[in-house]
Design a protein around this ligand. Structure first.
Ligand code: ADP
Ligand code: ZN
Ligand code: ZN
Length: 734
């Protein structure tokens, strides 16, 4: 019989090892294919990792090993679903992030190919029918049939559905033609006219030459929006393709893939697109096109880093500082880390990181010479930077007597732009109407039953929503605790809906649009709102960070940041960096074209260094000051971190487990440079109703903690009452 090593679809650390199954069938079974296997009382999907032949019977094998042996039910694939590079890459990712191997395979593959039971009901290959002439012989045809036959003869293959005729069956019957099936590509791509490359300026040329001909593995291409980074990506890609290599272009968000795809299609007609907004069929078809080598350029979001391209010459990560490149669920990978792993299997592969505000990690590596630094300092469109004013909202002289939300200055400027028919963006990075509903009689606060954080009131649908887990409840008229009437329920804090209401009150004639993730729950709403605003169908666009990113609104000359402090109070060492990025982005939306732009920042922290540096658009000053703070606290990039997340239905158990881990760490790390912080109760107190504790490890070298973390993973196996997740290089830390 054959003994087949199978890793099963359950992505748990405790099951992260091959299970042995017997196979007696006569189909070919090789590592890398999916099989259906019994597991406990279920039939599930497994991924074959080894096949060995033995002369033992099942009984003998069970006696020798002491394990029970079951049989494989059926084979799913004819060929391995991953190429050799991806098989090895998965091992690297699984080992660095201490993640179950199967979870990496599941992340790498499109829904139809995932080693997971759900894949079995996902789309299969679709075919198009083509008509092909198979003879020169025109005998025996009626005049009408002959007319069609002669037309078909001029072509190699004709799509059957494109023929408006009922004559096909008779031509088939007379053996003049046959039907050829070809795999269909269900993703319809927009047609884009090809344009010529731009002639590069000196800095761009220098950057391009360095990427192509110098011998560095990672480059940081630092330049503000409009400085021509994309042009460099395009021309570097072209050269790579000419040299027979392939190219992977990553963008941080789906909404930005559309623009990037358009830019790439204007130079290369054949590109593949991979992101989570494609349907399963589209993903499957694109994936196979790439795997077959039919396309050499892939544009996509985070998980496209696993695209089955071979012979990669270049991986570009645009807006590298954006956090969406890190997945914050198992496997907790970062696309840049995966890119560096891929370099091992693609000789000479280059990585280019592009940003106007590089992450602190990236910038400090560039300063140390680990990454090669390239600059683009000139803008192509001669738009100048906007004028920025900081308004101190604690100073009563600045506050509008008629509104607590708007300062006099912001209100004046809004009035001014409305009268000039210029457009306005108002940013407030919090959706909903009020982030807190409290009873003034008994101090009861509405909280999410599953996360324990305050619920936000959404006025438009009269609902209370949890912004963490999506829990929703109807707003009630009485306090659930003391029965106090609705007049006692006070709504504090502000959200985008409140701004919208306030604008309606103060500027009844202004047309407004709102954009936040409440609105984005309907797939088509975001492009609809963006395009309506572009077409100047509204005067004011109110929104969360969604309005700050990437969009190029020509007539916007005023950006108002209603409260810049949101985000700064979050207990994360990254809070400052996040806020700086958001504010600089938002300010950059003002006056991107001929007219001069103004940005007004309302804040209670007018002297805060983040707000000051964002206002002066001074990345270097921000970098130096923030690095100083990171150094004081010994946070990345001065150290590396790993976050241990524990949760359990039983609060006492999770506290005890956390203390045990703490002791284990203290003992193991006694002589090493490793800091153990916590256990502490995280900001999101509960997850899926389970109580949580976190422990943060800070260290200089991964080697110092790796073995201990592996030990933790094996402890997890024994203790299944506590759910343990390990996030290496986390972005969540609170
Ligand atoms: P970034 O990616 O840094 O935002 P882009 O590459 O999109 O910058 O360039 C900004 C604008 O300038 C685009 O419209 C682009 O077509 C144009 N551009 C870029 N490089 C050149 C060049 N060398 N000559 C002329 N126009 C250019
Ligand atoms: Zn009450
Ligand atoms: Zn919740």
């Amino acid at each position: 019989m054959l003994v087949v090593g199978v890793i099963i679809e359950y992505a748990a650390n405790s099951l992260n090892r091959p299970f042995s199954y017997a196979y007696f069938g006569n189909e070919s079974i090789v590592p890398g294919i999916r099989v259906l296997v019994p597991f406990g009382r279920n039939k599930i999907v497994g991924y074959v990792v080894s096949v060995t032949e033995t002369n033992d019977t099942i009984e003998e094998w069970e006696k020798n090993t002491g394990f029970k042996m079951k049989e494989i039910i059926s084979i799913i694939d004819l060929k391995p679903i991953l190429n050799e590079e991806l098989v090895e890459l998965a091992k690297d990712v699984s080992s660095y992030y201490l993640a179950p191997l199967i979870s990496v395979y599941q992340t790498m593959l499109p829904p139809s190919l995932k080693p997971k039971k759900s894949s079995l009901s996902k789309p299969k290959i679709a075919y198009d029918q083509y008509v092909q002439v198979i003879t020169e012989d025109e005998d025996g045809l009626t005049p009408k049939q002959l007319e069609l036959f002669r037309r078909l003869k001029c072509e190699d293959l004709v799509l059957k559905s494109s023929l408006k005729t009922t004559l096909i069956p008779s031509l088939l019957e007379k053996n003049k033609i046959r039907i050829v099936l070809k795999e269909k590509n269900r993703l319809e791509q927009e047609e884009v006219a090809l344009v010529k490359d731009n002639e590069l300026n000196i800095e761009q040329q220098k950057a391009l030459d360095s990427i192509l001909y110098e011998n560095h593995s990672v480059y940081l291409l630092e330049g503000v929006t409009g400085s021509g980074k994309t042009e460099v990506y395009l021309q570097a890609s072209k050269k790579m393709i000419e040299n027979g290599k392939s190219v992977l272009m990553l963008v941080p968000e789906i909404s930005l893939t559309v623009q990037m795809v358009r830019r790439f299609k204007s130079r290369f007609s054949n590109i593949a697109i991979l992101h989570s907004d494609l349907t399963p069929s589209e993903k499957y078809d694109e994936y196979r096109r790439i795997a077959r080598g039919e396309v050499k350029i892939v544009v996509g979001a985070r998980s496209a880093i696993f695209a089955p391209l071979s012979n990669i010459g270049l991986i570009i990560i645009d807006e590298e500082h954006v956090e969406s490149y890190k997945q914050e669920t198992t496997p907790y990978y970062h696309a840049l880390k995966v890119a560096t792993f891929r370099a091992k299997y693609n000789e000479g592969m280059k990585i280019v990181l592009g940003s106007a505000t590089p992450s602190l990690e990236t910038k400090s590596r560039a300063l140390k010479g680990v990454y090669h630094q390239l600059y683009l300092t000139k803008r192509f469109n001669d738009s100048c930077l906007p004028k920025v004013e900081i308004i101190d909202m604690l100073d009563y002289k600045n506050i509008d007597t008629d509104s607590v939300l708007f300062s006099r200055r912001l209100r004046e400027e809004i009035n001014d732009r409305l009268s000039k028919k210029e457009q306005i963006l108002l940013l407030l990075n919090r959706r909903g109407f009020a982030p807190n509903v409290t009873c003034r009689k008994c101090a009861f606060t509405f909280k999410c039953p599953s996360c324990g954080i305050p619920l936000t009131y959404h006025k438009s649908d009269r609902l209370l929503k949890c912004h963490h887990c999506g829990y929703v409840a109807k707003m009630v008229d009485k306090c659930p605790k003391c029965g106090g009437e609705s007049k006692f329920l006070s709504m504090t804090g502000i959200g985008t809906e409140k701004i919208e209401k306030e604008i309606e009150r103060l500027f009844p004639n202004a047309k407004t649009l709102r954009l936040d993730s409440d609105i984005a729950t309907v797939r088509t709403s975001v492009p609809r709102i963006i395009s309506a605003f572009e077409k100047e169908e509204a005067d004011i666009l109110i929104g969360t960070q969604m309005i700050a990113k990437g969009h190029d609104f020509k007539n916007v000359t005023l950006v108002g940041i209603v409260l810049a402090d949101i985000g700064l109070n979050i207990p994360s060492f990254r809070a400052g960096e996040r806020t700086f990025n958001l504010l600089t982005q938002a300010i950059g939306r003002a006056g991107r074209h001929e007219k001069e732009g103004t940005a007004i920042i309302q804040t209670y922290l007018p002297n805060n260094y983040i707000i000051r540096n964002a206002a002066s658009q001074d990345y270097n000053k921000f970098f130096n000051e923030e690095m100083h703070i990171r150094k004081e606290g010994q946070y990345p990039p001065y150290t590396y971190c790993t976050l241990l997340k524990l949760s359990s239905k039983n609060e006492k158990e999770v506290i005890e487990a956390a203390l045990k881990f703490k002791q284990l760490f203290i003992a193991k790390f006694a002589n090493l440079q490793v800091d153990v912080i916590g256990p502490s109760e995280p900001f999101i107190v509960r997850q899926d109703g389970k109580y949580r504790r976190i422990i943060m490890l800070k260290y200089k070298k991964m080697e110092d903690v790796y073995n201990v973390l592996q030990e933790v993973v094996s402890l997890v196996n024994e203790n299944n009452k506590i759910d343990i997740k390990i996030n290496v290089d986390p972005y969540e830390d609170y």
